[in-house]
Ligand binder design. Structure first.
Ligand code: SF4
Ligand code: SF4
Length: 117
């Protein structure tokens, strides 16, 4: 019997902890990105106000975003690309610049699709 190629499989199987619960090994960035697909909409569902970011001292979004979508620029600003967003909301939570991030979900039929085994 051959496997259905349209069905995505988990990249790593869970293992049992000492207490009997399932433990999922840490995934690399590449494995994380390979486990999802992005149906990119034309409307950016997150926008970032670069003028506010220039005065931000933490740049917390850069290390917090699991999809690595925030990049600091030489002039103290931030480059942001919404196209491979997991829609986790972490950037909005950690941002300390009032009004820097405008966050909504993508339009219907667009956004991240998580594959389950
Ligand atoms: S944490 Fe907020 S204000 Fe600071 S750089 Fe990131 S998006 Fe801009
Ligand atoms: S919602 Fe999550 S994945 Fe999307 S930009 Fe913010 S932190 Fe990154």
């Amino acid at each position: 019997m051959s496997a259905d190629p349209s069905v995505a499989r988990p990249l790593r199987a869970p293992v049992r902890s000492r207490h009997g619960g399932a433990v999922y090994p840490a995934q690399s960035f590449e494995e994380r990105m390979a486990a999802v697909e992005f149906r990119v909409g034309t409307r950016p569902h997150i926008t970032v106000d670069a003028a506010v970011c220039r005065s931000c001292t933490t740049k917390a979004c850069v290390s917090a975003c699991p999809a690595d979508l925030f990049a600091p620029t030489a002039d103290g600003g931030i480059l942001f690309n919404y196209e491979q967003c997991f829609e986790c909301g972490t950037c909005y939570q950690v941002c300390n610049g009032a009004g820097a991030i405008t966050w909504t979900y993508p339009d219907g039929g667009h956004g991240v699709v998580f594959h389950h085994g």
